[in-house]
Design a protein. Structure first.
Length: 258
C-alpha cells in the first residue's frame, strides 16, 4: 500500500492499494495479548479475524504493475512500446519529422533534357521511316531541401517524342539505332516516324522521371513525375525519285544523277 500523503499510481488506485487518508481522520489498528485472557471473537462481527503474525507482505509497485498488464488490455500498448527496439522508434520519429514533399519540390533538381537524333544523320526521305533515338539514365543528385540535406534519385519512366509535323508518341524506351537492332536502314522501329512531305522539321524528346528522396534513413518514393524538356533537333526530309537507266553510275559516271 502506498504511504499516506505520497502520490499514488493509477494502477495502485485501481487495485485498492492506495491510502485515501486525507489527514482529517485517525486510523487505529493493532492487537494486544493478555496472558490470562486470550479474548474471544465478537459475536456481532463474524468477518473479523485476528491478525496473523506471518502474513504475506503487500505487493510491490512492480508486482502491481505486472498484474495490471495482465488484467487490462489498455496497458499492453505501453508495454509493447517499451519492448520496441530503440532503432525502430528512432526511424519512426525521423519519418514523422520529415516535411511533406511533392514532385514539384524536386523539379529544380531534375536532370537536363536529352538530345534526340534522327537516323540517318538527322536527314530522311519522305515516305520512308526516320529512326529517332535519345538516351537517359538513372541519376542521383545531392541537394538541400527545406533546410535538410537530401539525396534525390531520378529514374526515366517515359519518353515523349514530338516530330515537328504535329505527330507525337510516348514510349517507355528512348529507342535504339538500326545497327544496335541489327536492322537495315529505313526499317520501322518503335521510335521511328515517317514524314509525308519534304521540308525541315524540329523534333524533340522530353523525358519523364520518377523520383525518390533519402534524408539519411532510406529511400522514399514521391508521387508523380517530373519532365525534363529535350533540346530541339532539326530534321531535313528530302524527296527521292527513281528512274530507269541503261547503265549504273559506275558504268557511266557522267550520266544524269551521277
Amino acid at each position: 500500500m502506498a504511504a499516506s500523503g505520497a502520490p499514488c499510481a493509477k494502477e495502485l488506485e485501481i487495485l485498492g492499494l492506495c491510502d485515501t487518508n486525507t489527514g482529517s481522520e485517525i486510523i487505529i489498528d493493532g492487537s494486544k495479548q493478555t496472558p490470562h485472557d486470550p479474548g474471544t471473537t465478537p459475536v456481532d462481527d463474524a468477518g473479523w479475524q485476528p491478525p496473523v503474525a506471518d502474513a504475506e507482505p503487500p505487493p510491490t509497485r512492480d508486482e502491481v504493475f505486472s498484474r495490471c498488464l495482465v488484467v487490462w488490455d489498455s496497458y499492453r500498448r505501453c508495454f509493447l512500446e517499451q519492448e520496441k527496439p530503440d532503432e525502430a522508434r528512432d526511424e519512426e520519429e525521423d519519418a514523422a519529422a520529415l516535411p511533406a514533399i511533392t514532385i514539384s519540390d524536386l523539379a529544380r533538381f531534375a536532370p537536363d533534357g536529352a538530345v534526340v537524333t534522327g537516323e540517318p544523320d538527322n536527314v530522311g526521305v519522305a515516305g520512308l521511316p526516320t529512326n529517332f533515338v535519345t538516351t537517359a539514365s538513372e541519376q542521383t543528385v545531392d541537394a538541400t531541401l527545406f533546410g535538410f540535406p537530401v539525396s534525390v534519385r531520378f529514374t526515366p519512366a517515359a519518353y515523349d517524342f514530338s516530330f515537328g509535323d504535329g505527330t507525337t508518341v510516348t514510349t517507355t524506351s528512348g529507342g535504339a539505332t538500326w545497327a544496335d537492332l541489327d536492322q537495315a536502314q529505313f526499317t520501322p522501329t518503335d521510335t521511328s516516324h515517317t514524314y509525308r512531305e519534304r521540308g525541315t522539321y524540329t523534333a524533340q524528346a522530353d523525358v519523364r522521371y520518377t523520383a525518390e528522396v533519402d534524408f539519411g534513413i532510406g529511400w522514399f518514393p514521391i508521387t508523380g513525375e517530373v519532365t525534363s524538356p529535350g533540346a530541339p533537333q532539326e530534321i531535313r526530309i528530302f524527296e527521292a525519285h527513281t528512274a530507269l537507266v541503261a547503265h549504273t553510275c559506275e558504268q557511266a559516271p557522267s550520266s544524269p544523277g551521277c
